[in-house]
Design a protein around this ligand. Sequence first.
Ligand code: PLP
Length: 398
Amino acid sequence: ASLFGAVDMAPRDPILGITEAYNADKNPNKVNLGVGVYYDDNGKVPLLECVRKAEAQLLEKAAPRTYLPIDGLAAYDKAVQELVFGADSAVVQEKRAITVQAIGGTGALKIGADFLKRFAPDSQVWISDPSWENHRALFESAGFVVNSYPYYDPATRGVNFAGMLGALQSMPAGSIVLLHACCHNPTGADLTDEQWKQVIEVVTGRGLIPFLDMAYQGFGDGIDADGRVVRQFAQAGGPLFVSNSFSKSFSLYGERVGALSIVAASTEEAARVLSQLKRVVRTNYSNPPLHGGQVVATALATPELRALWEEELAAMRVRIREMRQALVAKLKAKVPNQNFDFVITQRGMFSYSGLTKAQVERLRNEYSVYAVDTGRICVAALNSKNIDYVVDAIAKVL
Ligand code: PLP
């Protein structure tokens, strides 16, 4: 028998499947709201000016393409750490935080999961219900049992906070809790400051291990506001894992730029953690790619480029907000008996729109408007040219 005779076909990635169907669609009015990518008002993935300028500087230098250290470009790791925790934070000042360049946010989650499996092998992992679909798969593939805690409440279109807190209060000590630092994917529903305070108290008080995934810093309320939860966790003491990604915030999807940061109890503990994390990296892919890390490090460390980045990121954030507002206003005009205000409260690229699977199917089949079966739409794929068509289609299937 052939070696591959017993290999079954793996299930298709549901979101990539949507894009394939969209690409094959001949309708000139087609709109893909199934993606997880920011598009500008012309429907294009932007190349940020701060990236173009940083790349021009790098090209000018024409430096050789040597290997990076296992933990990545030092200037990048430093810049990320200061961005994530704040340069003047105690964990940075006391050298209790370590940061390792990773292959996007996904790679950061993966090396974090592999590290945890070695040093907390009996812990179980808890993710929000629902969560980014890769969270479960990533931690399961690292060998963990993955459970979910209540999160989204379809009745209020917000967070089932009592359910979430109750679950945190009954998890065994040492459980690994995956939390979205901001701009929850897929729902767009975030915790309030007051709710975060309670979560931090329970997580720290009960000896749970927080793993914050921050893939959308700057897309919610701003770079600092979105990072606040990370800093509050760092201040609260206890171990902390933070994965972050520049895929969206620098529009550098294909360059795979992210990082994993870990906060330990002392400088000496942090050094041991780093040494072990480097082994995880070394046995996975040896060291990270050069280009994206150099671009982000250059942009973050050059005052002029840094200011430009902050402006460009703010423009993306504002455009998404405007699309949320326009979507609600236009839907109100067409479907006056329904309230869509939750779309404005939601944060980040996504909205759990409340559209049912049957409605999503009709949108696709009758109007070539593609959304995820769960009703998740990417607000960042709406623009001034397609929004009226999308609103018309939604009004017709409601
Ligand atoms: N975490 C969340 C919540 C995400 O939505 C994503 C990307 O969509 C990632 C992590 C992974 O980011 P990256 O593309 O940088 O691997």
